[in-house]
Write a protein that binds this ligand. Structure first.
Ligand SMILES: [Zn+2]
Length: 318
């Protein structure tokens, strides 16, 4: 009985050990599988992976003929805003600037605000024209997004500015010079690489990024390429760039509209340019920037006054 009891005890122990080993192995396999599923970078690629994405790419930019002419006028205005405070030593910042437009307003009330690159005077490399323009707009308008607005910038936006445009739901960005090195960011964000190993969905909230259809852009691109593509910001401080920006400012000054309805637009653009200061302006500023609620509600409405009082209280007491 003793030897039989020992034998039974041995069998029971071995069974228990085998069961324990099986449990441990099963747990490891489960944990391993679970970690694969919980790690998006190792998710299987292929057609099935497409079901993970709901990010529609931006619709193609397809303006009417009259809107295309307005694009031209606003692009010329962006060059002229930069030319008005031309930098030869980049003390304020680089010769890059932008204007913000609300295409949902009446044609002569679409201009919202302007800004110029100010990385020099602020000693802050984030102070690109587009960042300053959107920051200032959000501040003076008291809103959190730029949904539906269009931005015209003289140089193709970088990753920082493109990211900001995406996060504030800007509709369209139109640029007046190609940046061969830091450009095509919106296109890179829109890239669907799910079918590649460790690929990704397109980034959400795609923004239309479009090269301005103006002769000055082609001349800038050609002249920059002919110079051997040096650093683009140092090239923009040179005489070749200055001459072309001067041509753009002159073209706006003498612009003859193709469509009569755009006469008010070009008149407004010239009046706007006259109000833009010719020197650095610290944030936030309202000079030459329309307050959107004034455009929508009229200057003496109850909403206008209450918004102004609210902003004044916030600035004084907080
Ligand atoms: Zn930028």
């Amino acid at each position: 009985m003793t030897s039989a009891g020992s034998y039974n005890s041995l069998v029971a122990t071995r069974f228990a050990c085998a069961t324990l080993a099986l449990i441990v192995m099963t747990t490891k396999v489960y944990a391993s599988e679970n970690s694969v599923h919980s790690h998006p970078q190792t998710a299987p690629a292929g057609p099935m992976a497409n079901t993970r994405c709901n990010n529609a790419p931006p619709t193609p930019y397809n303006p009417s003929s009259t809107e295309l002419e307005r694009d031209k006028i606003y692009s010329l205005l962006a060059y002229a805003v930069v030319y008005k405070d031309w930098q030869t030593d980049n003390r304020r910042g680089f010769n890059i600037g932008s204007v913000l437009v609300d295409p949902n307003q009446a044609p002569d009330h679409q201009l919202v605000c302007w800004a110029r690159n100010s990385v020099g005077v602020t000693k802050n490399a984030t102070q690109h024209g587009e960042v300053r323009l959107l920051t200032n707009y959000l501040e003076i308008a008291g809103v959190r997004s730029a949904k539906g607005l269009k931005l015209y910038t003289t140089l193709e936006p970088c990753a920082m500015c493109s990211g900001m445009m995406t996060l504030v739901s800007l509709r369209t960005s139109i640029y007046g010079q190609t940046d061969p090195r830091f450009g095509k960011v919106m296109e890179r964000l829109a890239l669907d690489s799910q079918n590649l190993p460790e690929g990704h969905c397109p980034y959400p909230r795609g923004v239309q990024s479009v090269a301005a259809q103006v002769a000055i852009r082609e001349r800038l691109d050609t002249a920059y390429a002919a110079a051997g593509k040096p650093g683009i910001t140092s090239w923009l401080a040179g005489e070749a760039a200055r001459t072309l920006f001067e041509q753009a400012a002159s073209e706006l000054a003498g612009y003859q509209v193709q469509f009569a309805e755009n006469q008010r637009v070009v008149d407004r653009a010239r009046a706007f340019l006259a109000k833009v200061p010719s020197k650095y302006t610290s944030l936030p500023y309202t000079r030459a920037c329309e307050e959107p609620w004034v455009q929508q509600e009229g200057p003496f409405s109850l909403k206008t006054m209450s918004e102004r009082v609210k902003r004044w209280v916030e600035r004084v007491f907080y």
